[in-house]
Design a binder for this molecule. Structure first.
Ligand code: 13P
Length: 294
């Protein structure tokens, strides 16, 4: 069933688990992710960012297919625009059928982030679409951004931001970064800040840059109040690893064979992750509220 993100994450917030959001750039990935959720009886979020859509997953082509898969699923599936940068992208995402919008104005000054987020929230909520925004800034692992704590989310600002924007979920910066960390590096997360954010906001919180964080960090983040975890690099890596192994073991494997291998690997990875973050057997359609905080 296709749903927006509000009820899904409110349930996760109430019951203390997190839902996985996987950047899915083609049919095989989306199918692997949704089937994994189906088998684990878990809610799930399929998402894509603007760059991914431009390169690989043109929304006009791929969204109708994913919407069909979501509608046929036995579990709640949300389609999220990841890191929407501006108004035109958000409007076209609504037009294409996304059920949650992320507006990412996190590298702009606070007032501008508030202004842009408020506009998107008003528009989306009027259409039953939920909204995630970001405060503080989760940067790139390759640039060492996770280690720069002046980019971390400020608690008092976060309270003001949520009050003034009406967002349904807030992405917080607590030490992760997007993409691949240097070999051997495990990010150090600011769990004290997470605890303060959760105590002050009491709402669904989102962790971006889930990849490479390590199981212990992820477990503690969920226990500390994270309710949505974005994963991209690790899902690609699961497929790449399986494809390399398959070709090494069976060099004559053809295109079809390698695609099947990749899809199975992503599905197995997502199933494990769902269990790790506690959303297995948690699905419910008891979502009274479908997109508006007001
Ligand atoms: P990773 O590639 O580090 O998992 O980040 C994904 C993400 O946060 C997408 O918004």
């Amino acid at each position: 069933m296709l749903v927006n993100m509000k009820g899904m994450l409110d349930a996760a917030n109430r019951d203390g688990y997190a839902v996985m959001a996987v950047n899915s750039v083609n049919m095989e990935m989306a199918r692997a992710v949704i089937e994994a959720a189906n088998e684990e009886h878990s809610p799930i979020i399929v998402q894509m960012g603007r760059g991914q859509m431009a390169k690989l997953a043109h929304p006009q082509d791929i969204l109708p297919m994913i919407i069909r898969m979501a509608e046929r699923a036995d579990v709640p599936v949300c389609l999220n625009l990841d890191h929407g940068p501006d108004f035109p992208t958000e409007v076209s995402a609504i037009h294409n059928g996304f059920t949650n919008l992320m507006i990412d104005a996190s590298s702009l000054p606070f007032e501008e982030n508030v202004r842009r987020t408020r506009v998107i929230t008003d528009m989306a909520h009027a259409m039953g679409i939920s909204v995630e925004a970001e405060l503080g800034h989760v940067g790139q692992a390759a640039d060492g951004d996770g280690r720069t704590d002046d980019l971390y989310t400020n608690v008092a600002q976060a309270v003001e931001f949520v009050e003034r924007t009406g967002v349904d979920a807030l992405a917080v910066a607590i030490g992760t970064a997007h993409g691949k960390y240097p070999a051997g590096y495990v990010p150090k997360l600011d769990f004290n800040r997470l605890a303060e954010l959760k105590a002050a906001l009491k709402m669904p919180l989102v962790l971006h840059g889930g990849s490479g964080s390590g199981e212990e960090n992820i477990r503690r983040a969920v226990a500390g109040g994270i309710n949505k975890i974005n994963v991209c690099t690790d899902a690609f890596h699961a497929a790449e690893k399986a494809m390399k192994a398959k070709w090494e073991a069976e060099p004559e494997t053809d295109y079809l064979g390698i695609m099947v291998t990749a899809e199975a690997a992503i599905k197995a990875f997502v199933k494990d992750y769902i269990r790790l973050i506690g959303s297995a057997n948690r699905y419910t359609f008891d979502y009274a509220d479908n997109g508006s905080r007001e």
